[in-house]
Design a protein around this ligand. Structure first.
Ligand code: TYM
Length: 521
């Protein structure tokens, strides 16, 4: 019998191909085929996910077809067919589905780390676009870690960090604001991100930092400062290169903005980022719109990633629908690419083995779950992640501070008076309705936004604890707590604005010019 599609009709039962002859030959052929397959296979990674098996079956099917078309010896074709059958069986085992050419696995749109456990009714909503919970105390991060498959930063890790670096841990670590991390390579409990990073530091092995900003408006808000403040601290402590991506392309695709506006916002935001104190000799800031065409490495990595992630997978990870523009569908590859050192040949001299560490709030995690799944298939190390909690909206911790809701935010451009008014008017209070009741029963610091903001920005641990106790006992009133917050934020933001004023166009140009940094690779 001659099939219409000779290889795709092959199954364990319904095929008239000659039976299997030699396993040794299968193995030999498998090696030969591996050499001619896609990047993922030549990189030597074992196929584990349904999608990887699907791709292997497809590639093997094509190989069989070529052997037949080229009238290869019968034994060679037999061996190839046997391998194809084995791969189909493996595919069925991992996906629960029969292989069908042109139909990637449907029930498991994404694989490996990419897919968090399914959200259940009542679970908090956390993705790059929305953060929402019904709990006034904010997102349940303990539960989120379990769902996202990351790991809590334990006290023991913080102690080790202090020991290794000789520095007191940043308040964001001491207070659980940076609270979660992801494994670097092996799924072994002792190989958690920060432990491996600290090993690397102790062994004088290089790594680099990568973080970013989506420039959707001229002004950044206080929530955006969190990853940059922490990244600056990491750069000072570890003395390593830093790359900062400004995704002006992303904001053009998602928002009703012109390309020119997005690019202009990128440059304006770069000024705020520079004002956080980054060292120009150790930091490269880039706009996607500019750097994509300038770099010999960045776009190559984008394309490699695009080749190894299907539409089905990004739908599963990001919830994209069929009516989304194709720019959005392929954008995750652009945010993933800076996680690989070959995207910056001018800094890393073409080396592909430099480990990347990404500090960000946990809303960005879907991008990097995808990145970590792809990394071994294109021959790169997986990036390590450090996740922060969200700086809450003024109205309460049910959602994060967000630029798309100006009333929820204190902007870095706000005047001292605006800061005072916003806090007095909008900051959700955990205090009681009357002074008498407050004195009698005390306030609830766990839902009080002013207290939450102080945990992010008041450096003095003892003072913070005293405020908590006084507020909880009723000795400190809401107005007094707000005054304390206002007095903490006003000088901080004024100083930021003064530093920003010093950032000239020439300084921005220096940071944003692709160049070698003060490190030798
Ligand atoms: P964007 O501009 O939404 O946010 C920039 C960074 O700020 C964090 N963030 C917050 N952190 C704490 N509390 C908040 N309320 C809050 N709001 C935002 C974000 O997690 C992010 O770290 N697509 C990205 C830009 C990007 C990026 C990256 C971010 C490109 N590459 C690598 C982190 C790491 C975006 O639109 O971020």
């Amino acid at each position: 019998m001659q099939c219409a599609d000779e290889w795709s009709c092959i199954s364990e039962t319904g095929c008239d191909c000659t039976p299997f002859s030699s396993w040794a030959a299968v193995c030999t052929l498998a090696h030969i085929l591996a050499d001619t397959m896609t990047d993922s296979q030549t990189d030597g990674a074992a196929a584990e996910s349904p999608m990887e098996f699907y791709e292997k079956v497809t590639a093997q099917g094509e190989a069989v077809r070529e052997l037949k078309t080229g009238k290869a010896p019968k034994e060679e074709i037999d061996v190839a067919v046997k391998l194809l059958l084995q791969l189909k069986l493996d595919y069925k085992r991992v996906s629960g589905q029969d292989y069908k050419a042109g139909w990637p696995p449907t029930d498991s749109p994404a694989s490996g780390e990419s897919v968090p456990a399914a959200a259940e009714d009542g679970d908090d909503l956390v993705d790059p676009w929305t953060v929402a919970t019904s709990n006034a105390k904010g997102v349940d991060y303990e539960k989120l870690i379990v769902r996202f498959g990351s790991s809590k930063i334990e006290a023991e890790l913080i102690e080790r960090m202090e020991r290794v670096t000789g520095q007191k841990a940043h308040r964001f670590l001491r207070r659980g604001i940076f609270f979660s991390h992801r494994r670097v390579q092996q799924p072994c409990p002792s190989a958690l991100d920060m432990h491996q990073i600290l090993d690397a530091y102790e062994n004088k092995k290089s790594f680099y930092l990568y973080t970013g900003r989506g420039p959707s408006s001229e002004a950044m808000h206080m929530g955006h400062l969190i990853p940059f403040i922490f990244t600056k601290w990491l750069q000072d402590v570890f003395d390593i290169p830093l790359v900062i991506q400004l995704t002006d392309d992303e904001k053009y695709l998602w928002k009703d903005l012109t390309l020119e506006d997005c690019h202009r916002y990128a440059v304006e935001n770069a000024k705020d980022i520079i004002a956080c104190g980054f060292d120009v000799n150790k930091t490269f800031i880039f706009s996607d719109l500019d750097y994509m065409g300038m770099s010999s490495g960045f776009y190559r990595n984008v394309v490699k990633i695009q080749k190894h992630v299907t539409f089905n997978q990004v739908k599963g990870i990001f919830g994209f629908t069929d009516s989304e523009c194709i720019g959005k569908i392929s954008f995750p590859a652009i945010q993933a690419a800076p996680s690989f050192s070959t995207s910056f040949p001018q800094i890393f001299n073409g080396r592909k083995d430099i480990q990347c560490l990404i500090p960000c709030a946990i809303d960005q995690d879907p991008y990097f779950r995808m990145t970590r799944d792809v990394a071994p298939r294109i021959g790169y190390p997986k990036p390590a992640l450090l996740h922060s909690t969200f700086f809450p909206a003024l109205q309460g911790a049910q959602t994060k501070m967000s630029a798309s809701d100006p009333n929820s935010s204190i902007f870095l451009t706000d005047t001292a008076k605006q800061i005072k008014n916003k806090i007095n008017k909008h900051a959700f209070s955990g205090g009681r309705d009357t002074v008498e009741e407050h004195r009698k029963h005390g306030g609830d610091a766990d839902v009080d936004v002013s207290f939450m903001y102080l945990t992010f920005f008041l450096e003095d641990d003892e003072k913070l604890e005293q405020i908590r106790q006084d507020y909880t006992s009723g000795a400190l009133l809401t107005g007094e707590l707000k005054k304390c917050l206002i007095e903490t934020l006003q000088p901080m933001i004024t100083q930021h604005q003064e530093r920003r004023k010093q950032v000239t166009d020439e300084t921005v140009k220096q940071f944003m010019t692709p160049r070698k940094l003060d490190f030798h690779f």
